[in-house]
Design a protein around this ligand. Sequence first.
Ligand code: FES
Length: 167
Amino acid sequence: MQELSKERVLEIIEHYGGDPQQIVAILLDIQVFSGRNYLDKKWAVFVSETMNIPLSKIYDIVTFYEMFSLEPRGEYVIEICKSPPCYFTYTKDVVRWFEEAAGIKMGETTADGKISLIFTSCVGACDISPAVKIGDAVFGGLTANRVRTLVNRCLSGDIKPLVREEL
Ligand code: FES
């Protein structure tokens, strides 16, 4: 994926009609198109100036929602649900399984830039908890074996990362 340009960011803003109400969607798209699943600070400043939104408000949004990152992350961001139905049953095991399979700790990215592990809130799959989200896909019914398979599928590119080729 090529690096973001000002023109591309302007296209994203334009796609949402430059509507400040759509700021979360705009920032998310910029993050996805970054190729490293993060919002570079220069784009936060650019959006602030272009849309006349205080930079502090943009940082409030980016720090409030766990799905945003101001630092580069892996091609695959594995989001482990830590909301109560998952947390009280399996989350500790799921974290350990993913950390062992990927060889990193929560919040880290593998050296090859492939996988990051983060926590998230309910991904809407409580009925198949414990669950994780990878890109646009949700995976439930996790076991140690299934986690190993998921990590291997990420490493071999067998799962589609969250990539939008077009708006
Ligand atoms: S609480 Fe984990 S998917 Fe809903």
